[in-house]
Design a protein around this ligand. Structure first.
Ligand code: DUT
Ligand code: MG
Length: 233
């Protein structure tokens, strides 16, 4: 139990984005956040990351209250749905940037950047800038940067959406292992039930801002409950 949400709400004006979220997510386990578009996946991830503050409720990490603690003051890596790269830096420097901020040694930076680049099939691109890359390569650069950061909490918001079929298959196999080994709390948002099934781990289902189910992905698949069968599995 390392990331815990206790009765977390987020309302903006009179719109409810997240209602009554109660969850405990463990390190080293892949958690898929599964729900149709507008279910609240990005909203929930932003709360987990400390990018938005809950209107009500508490968020704990490793037992410590991090409610309202800003993302800058925490160990979080998030790849946004609309991912961002630094256009003026090379791919190498884009991936290296969290390590430079953490003042890692040149050797460590080089080793970790090359490892992450190999995993994301970006080795031939390291000297280019993101503007010279395809959409999929740009997304892989953002993923590689999340990988090298070694954060306690890793949030990937629909991370494979722009990738071609083959690479998506490879990364679906690789990502769970990589992040399990990192010992992070790993959360992966998708609208695709089959993606949750392929990834295994646990699944949180979301519907209209509410957590409707949480448990081992296979259990939810076998017993999707009365709500949302059509939306989720
Ligand atoms: N919402 C807004 N404005 C925002 C963000 C969210 O009105 O800037 C509302 C729209 C929606 C709810 O919050 O009713 C949840 O949206 P969110 O973006 O969290 O949903 P999603 O599950 O991430 O959808 P998608 O799969 O389209 O990314
Ligand atoms: Mg979203």
């Amino acid at each position: 139990m390392t990331l815990t949400l206790e009765n977390v709400w987020r309302t903006v004006g009179d719109e409810v984005h997240i209602a009554e979220a109660n969850l405990s997510l463990e390190r080293g386990t892949l958690n898929t956040l599964l729900g149709p578009t507008l279910a609240g996946k990005t909203s929930l991830m932003r709360l987990m990351a400390g990018l938005d503050k809950p209107t009500k409720g508490r968020i704990l990490f490793d037992g410590q209250d991090v409610t309202g603690v800003r993302v800058q003051d925490r160990s979080v890596a998030m790849v946004y749905q609309q991912f961002i790269n630094y256009p003026a830096l090379t791919v190498y420097e884009n991936i290296a940037s969290p390590l430079r901020i953490a003042r890692a040694s040149a050797d460590e930076i080089d080793r970790k950047v090359r490892e992450a680049a190999a995993m994301m099939k970006l080795e031939p691109m390291l000297d280019r800038t993101p503007l010279e890359l395809s959409g999929g390569q740009q997304q892989r650069t953002a993923l590689a940067r999340a990988l090298v950061k070694g954060a306690d909490l890793v949030l990937l918001d629909e991370p494979l959406a722009n990738l071609d079929y083959k690479l998506r298959e490879e990364l679906r196999e690789e990502l769970p292992r990589v992040f399990a080994e990192s010992g992070a709390v790993f959360v992966y948002a998708t609208t695709e039930p089959t993606e949750a099934l392929l990834l295994g781990g646990n699944t949180v289902t979301l519907h209209e801002g509410r957590v409707t189910q949480f448990g081992p992905t296979l259990d939810i698949y076998r017993n999707p409950g009365d709500l949302l069968t059509a939306d989720v599995f």
